[in-house]
Design a protein around this ligand. Structure first.
Ligand code: COA
Length: 165
């Protein structure tokens, strides 16, 4: 059974593996170079068990299946009531409800924080991510055209917005 809980530092190798798969294989992330676990510690350290910036993992036993984050949207203080969310599942378990379980838990937890908006950017095409965001109450608010270049071509990003709580 999949359980969603806050990430702990011993999850970091598995989280790095999940992310590096998407760094290598597609436009889901605009990172272009894989991370070592050590390099990924800075990313990990921005999250906490309480507060607006969280990192949740989905696990089945010891097996890490995916993770979701709520991160700083932009750093200037008036943006503090907004977060950017993201979610990555291990490639072999996509389409089995793990992304939904992660977002369900993340938005339940964020409901008690002093937050007003969540944003997510989805590089197109990504039918699963578009469906997930729409399922969780995000609406598309616009597309930045050819905003990123990866694998020698440009990619559009559709931006989604969701009220919080
Ligand atoms: C996007 C992602 C997190 C979704 O999580 P998931 O566990 O695969 O999705 P779920 O099984 O919870 O399904 C969520 C919704 O997406 C739909 N969906 C899932 N896979 C789909 C696909 N390949 N095409 C179309 N819709 C799909 C489901 O039907 C469901 O919609 P519904 O509730 O309206 O029926 C996951 O596919 C993933 O990690 N993809 C690769 C990384 C990525 O793209 N991350 C997002 C970056 S913006």
């Amino acid at each position: 059974m999949t359980v969603v809980r806050p990430a702990v530092s011993s999850d970091l190798p598995a989280l790095t593996d999940i992310y590096n798969h998407y760094v290598r294989s597609g436009p889901a992330t605009f990172d272009t170079t894989e991370f070592t676990v050590e390099q990924r510690r800075t990313w990990f350290s921005q999250y906490a068990v309480t507060g607006p910036h969280r990192l949740l993992v989905a696990v089945e036993g010891e097996d890490v299946q995916g993770y979701a984050t709520s991160s700083v949207f932009r750093s200037k203080p008036a943006y503090a009531t907004s977060v950017e969310t993201s979610v990555y599942c291990r490639a072999d378990i996509v389409g089995r409800g793990v992304g939904s379980a992660l977002y369900r838990a993340l938005f339940e937890q964020l409901a008690t924080e002093d937050l007003h908006r969540a944003y997510a950017g989805v590089a197109l095409p990504n039918d699963a991510s578009v469906a997930l965001h729409e399922r969780f109450g995000f609406r598309a608010i616009g597309t930045t055209g050819e905003v990123g270049r990866k694998f020698g071509r440009y990619w559009d990003v559709r931006w989604f917005e969701r009220p919080l709580p």
